[in-house]
Design a protein around this ligand. Structure first.
Ligand SMILES: O=C(O)C(=O)C[C@H](O)[C@H](O)COP(=O)(O)O
Length: 220
């Protein structure tokens, strides 16, 4: 393992300015390219100004290109980045940040020299320590509920005193506040603000209202 490369110190504050901007980062999987802009605009106008689009669908990269033009003020991230090739494609799409569900050494290393900041996914203390050696102090905790949830994050806070997390996976309107109370949580990630039935009906007004309600409930 090489740890010669270190994350520039400014990277941590770049991630902070993206993740402390909102209590919730909506994690979107776009199935229909035409939905991308109206869906994200509805979330953005509802107050959720940082958005993560997963690279799980064929149209995801195209969606990111369109979103970059349509919502220049939003912080737009590419999620589910699991290869270096996808990281580079996300850079080309003009994203503000890259999120991984779990992180290889190769991705950690590339994140130290990419122009686009990385929020690396971890599920265990050991995985976080691998990133720690490269200088990473901000992580996505995924899948949060399945991997110990609030109790695990409380335990991480002891040894990883400078670390901050974005727990994602199984976060709901009912448990989000418990995470946001923790001193080592920046924001949470989740998909609940865009129910599939509202997307199918193209009911962007209802999605905007749900985003506004979320901001009222957990925006503190
Ligand atoms: O694919 C990735 O990279 C992911 O990060 C997975 C998403 O974060 C979760 O699918 C969101 O979890 P839910 O809110 O429980 O739906």
């Amino acid at each position: 393992m090489t740890t010669d490369r270190q994350l520039p110190a400014t990277r941590t504050s770049e991630i902070d300015s993206i993740c402390y901007r909102v209590p919730l980062i909506p994690v979107l999987t776009i199935h229909n390219l035409e939905d991308a802009v109206p869906l994200c605009r509805a979330l953005y106008e509802g107050g959720l100004t940082t958005l993560e689009v997963t690279l799980r669908t064929d149209c995801a990269l195209q969606a990111l290109h369109r979103l970059r033009d349509a919502l220049p003020e939003a912080s737009i991230g590419a999620g589910t980045v699991i290869t270096l090739g996808q990281y580079r494609q996300a850079e080309e799409a003009g994203v503000d940040f890259v999120v991984t569900p779990g992180t290889t050494e190769q991705l950690y290393e590339y994140g130290t020299r990419s122009p686009v900041p990385l929020l690396p996914g971890i599920a265990t203390m050991t995985e976080a320590l691998t990133g720690w050696q490269y200088g990473y102090r901000r992580f996505k905790f995924f899948p949060a509920e399945a991997c110990g949830g609030v109790a695990a994050l409380k335990a991480f806070a002891g040894p990883l005193r400078d670390a901050q997390f974005c727990p994602t996976g199984g976060i709901t309107p009912d448990n989000a506040a418990n995470y946001l109370k923790l001193r080592n949580v920046m924001c949470v990630g989740g998909s609940w603000v865009m129910p599939a039935e509202l997307i199918e009906r193209a009911d962007w007004g209802a999605i905007r209202a749900l985003a506004e309600e979320t901001m009222r409930d957990i925006g503190g």
